[in-house]
Design a protein around this ligand. Structure first.
Ligand SMILES: CC(C)(COP(=O)(O)OP(=O)(O)OC[C@H]1O[C@@H](n2cnc3c(N)ncnc32)[C@H](O)[C@@H]1OP(=O)(O)O)[C@@H](O)C(=O)NCCC(=O)NCCS
Length: 245
């Protein structure tokens, strides 16, 4: 849960796919989603996609309990951003090597939101000038361990904008603050050539707080929210199995 000083309205849910018995996800998914997942050739991809569909539906119903998980309907923008049809609730989704995370809100003022996860151990930094600005590359030379955090933060931001990496990521230059009390590193802009109103974004990145040694992911969230940007917001991630459905 991302808690802000005004209200807790962003919830982040994350699941280790290895802990899920996918045969039990039928109540959370619809046949077309199961068929689409089945088309992936690799078992791990089939599992991730199926779990991601179930997680999003479950998370949305967590925020709006009057809607059953299987009742949600979705559309997509031309750029690929998924949207909920018929209800004022918004989400963003990310999958990262056996792991799935989503962020959900029913607060329209937080509807521009994005999430991204990457496994820390195997992360390979896309260090080209199309991806990272000169300032970012200079900082990464000094702190290569920041690469997964910076990259997920950038992807979360570009997803929150609905563009994804259809725009050149280096048009935005981000920097990470030192780790705060909650283990979250706040992000800030060196510059943002995409948004004149960059000061109204809340950006945060951290390692996923979980007890499992197999789960060490960088997870970043971006949300456009003036109040969050200027408050002591923090992220608390809800992890684990789906509750009974
Ligand atoms: C979104 C994107 C950054 C993916 O990142 P990734 O690290 O490879 O994958 P992740 O698992 O973190 O995220 C994938 C999810 O992002 C979401 N997503 C896709 N496009 C998105 C967009 N434009 N804006 C916001 N979210 C988007 C989707 O939920 C997707 O999962 P799904 O397709 O299974 O529903 C990348 O695919 C992208 O930029 N896409 C848009 C640009 C594009 O190529 N468009 C082509 C027209 S469809």
């Amino acid at each position: 849960m991302l808690e802000t000083e005004h209200e807790s309205s962003l919830r982040v849910f994350a699941v280790d796919c290895d802990l899920i018995d996918t045969s039990e996800l039928d109540a959370l998914t619809d046949p077309s989603e199961r068929a689409a997942a089945a088309r992936y050739s690799l078992l791990e991809h089939r599992r991730e996609v199926l779990v991601s569909r179930a997680l999003v539906r479950w998370a949305l119903s967590h925020v709006q309990p009057e809607v059953l998980p299987r009742s949600w309907a979705f559309s997509r923008t031309d750029a690929g951003r998924p949207l909920v049809v018929g209800h004022d609730v918004w989400f963003s989704l990310s999958r990262g090597r056996g792991f799935v995370a989503c962020v959900v809100t029913s607060d329209a003022t937080h509807s521009a939101l994005g999430i991204d996860v990457e496994p820390l151990e195997t992360f390979s930094s896309p260090s080209t000038s199309a991806v990272f600005s000169a300032a970012e590359r200079q900082r990464l030379e000094r702190h290569p361990e920041d690469a997964a955090f910076l990259w997920t933060l950038k992807e979360a931001y570009l997803k929150a904008r609905g563009e994804g990496i259809s725009v050149k990521p280096a048009r935005v230059s981000l920097k990470l603050a030192a780790r705060g009390a909650e283990g979250i590193r706040r992000g800030a802009f060196d510059y943002d050539n995409l948004d004149q109103d960059a000061a109204s974004w809340w950006l945060g990145s951290g390692s996923l707080p979980t007890g499992s040694p197999s789960i060490t992911h960088a997870l970043s969230v971006a949300v456009k929210c003036e109040r969050c940007a200027h408050s002591g917001a923090r992220i608390v991630v809800e992890t684990g199995l789906f509750p009974s459905v």
